[in-house]
Design a protein around this ligand. Structure first.
Ligand SMILES: [Zn+2]
Length: 285
């Protein structure tokens, strides 16, 4: 299990040069600030692109040594996703109550209410989407070495697909309502295709996010996050599907997901405030 973590020691200065202080960087390594390959430069030099001391880029993969601008970006992203999820839960409850109320009191207002709540939930969806984009901001020091199919990239592509599909669904829904919704027509087929596509995008984004969390766990390092994310790859889909039988399954899945991301936020906040990850239970075991 430990082997799958990016080893915290892999980036220690001993592995990138011979003699401390006099040596040069003997392997490919991106500048922590701008991503410039500092290979061949003396330890004492500054990055020729941005002036950051080379030594700062040799401390390894721990997030506490990453560029503060990068940390701030992924912290903001994590907060947007977490707060967006909370707001969408409140909206879902409110929307349900409003829809019910409208159906009883003024049935002719019900479709308008549904359309309005669709627009509001799209707005929150865009907020969460932007959160995922920030959360998966590329770390400058890995720009040269990252694989194009990394979990980080997959999260981004799936998030973009999700938001485009949501907008199309709203468009098709709006046309259906104004056209008097003819079931089984072209709009109906389009709606089903979009529904299926959104499910695929959601699943891809979920699995990629869990893989991304496992990668990030090694950068705190926090084994609890690593083990949870690994387990959640099968546990949360089970809770979200089979768990429907006991009704609260999807809700429990959402709470577990939220708590995992919240733990990531705690570490990022602590790094921003103190320069070190938070001290939380079960980090090493
Ligand atoms: Zn630089």
């Amino acid at each position: 299990m430990e082997q799958q973590l990016p080893a915290a020691s892999s980036g220690s200065p001993q592995t990138v040069g011979s003699a401390e202080g006099t040596g040069t960087v003997d392997s490919d390594r991106g500048c922590v600030k701008c991503g410039y390959n500092v290979r061949g430069l003396p330890f004492k030099a500054n990055c020729p692109e941005c002036g950051t001391p080379v030594i700062q880029s040799l401390r390894g993969i721990l997030l506490q040594f990453a560029d503060p601008t990068y940390i701030k970006e992924i912290l903001t992203g994590t907060s947007w996703v977490l707060n967006g999820i909370l707001v969408s839960i409140v909206l879902a409850i409110l929307g349900g109550l409003l829809g019910l109320g409208a159906a009883f009191v003024a049935p002719n207002l019900a479709s308008g209410t549904i359309l309005l709540s669709s627009f509001v939930s799209l707005a929150v969806g865009i907020w969460i989407f932007l959160g995922y984009l920030k959360l998966t901001t590329p770390d400058p020091q890995f720009t040269g070495t990252e694989r194009p199919d990394s979990a980080r990239q997959v999260v981004r592509v799936a998030a973009i697909a999700s938001i485009v599909i949501s907008a199309l669904q709203l468009l098709v829904g709006g046309i259906s309502i104004s056209a008097g919704s003819v079931p089984g027509g072209l709009l109906g087929i389009l709606g089903s295709v979009l529904g299926f596509a959104s499910l695929i995008a959601f699943a891809v984004q979920f699995f990629a996010t869990m893989n991304y969390m496992m990668w990030m766990a090694g950068r705190f390092p926090d084994m609890w996050i690593y083990r949870r994310a690994k387990t959640y790859r099968w546990l949360l889909p089970v809770l979200g599907t089979v768990g429907v039988i006991v009704l609260v399954g999807p809700l429990i899945a959402l709470i577990l997901y939220w708590n995992l991301l919240d733990r990531v936020r705690k570490h990022l906040k602590a790094i921003t405030a103190t320069g070190e990850p938070a001290v939380l239970p079960d980090m090493m075991g």
